[in-house]
Ligand binder design. Sequence first.
Ligand code: 13P
Ligand code: SF4
Length: 298
Amino acid sequence: MTLTEEILRLKKEKNAVILAHNYQPEEIQRLADYTGDSLELAIRAKDAKEDIIVFCGVLFMAETAKILNPGKKVILPVKEAGCPLADYLTPEMVIDARKKYPGAQVVLYVNSSAESKAEADITCTSANAVSVVASLESDTILFGPDSNLASWVQEQIPDKKIIPLPKGGHCPVHQAFTEEMAEKFRGEGYMTVCHPECPKAVRDRCDLVASTGGMVKNAFKSDKWIVLTEKDMVYRLKTEFPLKEFKGFETAVCEDMKLITPKILKKALLDEKPEITLPEDIMKRAGKAIEKMIALSR
Ligand code: 13P
Ligand code: SF4
C-alpha cells in the first residue's frame, strides 16, 4: 500500500475528516477532504459529523475546531505548529485594555490563543473582520492581535475608533512583503491581491485585499494574478483555476504551516493524537465569542 492509500484507509476506518488550511504544503492539500481559509474550515469543523477531525493547520485553528465541536476528537498532527502573530497577545493584555477603555468592545482575530479569546466579546477572521466590527454597538473597538488587519478595518469603517491590541502585533510572513513586490509586475496585465495582514503601504499598491478564501472567490476577476500571501496559496488557486496564471513569492513561507508531512499525518491518524484538549471554562467563554462570529457569518 502506498502512503496515500494507507492514509485514506485509516481515514475511512476511523471515520475521520481531514481539513487543511490554504497554506498547507501541496502534498497535504491533495490528501485533504476540505481546503479553505480559517472561517471556512471553522464552519466545516462545526458541522462535522465524523468522529475525528484531523486539522492540518496551526494550533489556533485546531483549538477553534474543538471549541465549535467539543464532542469530536480534534487532532493537530504536529502540536508545536503555532502562529507567531497569536503569540503577541495574552489574556492579561485584554483584561488590562478593558480597564483602560471601559465601554470598548473587544474583537479578537481568530489568530489568538483560546485563553485570549475567552476575554473577547467576539472573534473575527480576515474574511469577516469588517462585518464583525460594523455589527458592534460600541464606537470604540479594541482589536488584536494583528495591527495591520486593525488598520485595514479602520480604513473600511472610519466612523469607529479602532485601537490595536497590542500596538505593532503582526504576522512575520505578511510583514515582509514590500511595496516593490506589489509593484513588480505592474503594467504586465496582472491584477494584484494581498492579504489584509500586509502593511498598509503594500495594501495601498494592490488591486484587491482579501482573505485566502476571498482570493479564491475573486479569482474570476482576472486571468493573471500576483498573490501576496503565503506561497502555497498559489497551489490552491492553481488547483481551482488551472487555466489562470498565479504568481506568488517563494520567500513567503509560514514555517509553522509546513510542519505536517504525509508521514506525520498518517501517524496522527493511526495514534489519534496529538489531541486538542482545553479547560472547560476556556471552552465555554471562548466558545461564546466564536459562536457570535459564526452566527454573523453563515
Ligand atoms: P485566512 O483566514 O485568510 O486563511 O488567513 C489565515 C492566516 O493565518 C493568514 O496568515
Ligand atoms: Fe500565523 Fe502568519 Fe502563519 Fe498565518 S501566515 S498562521 S498569521 S504566522
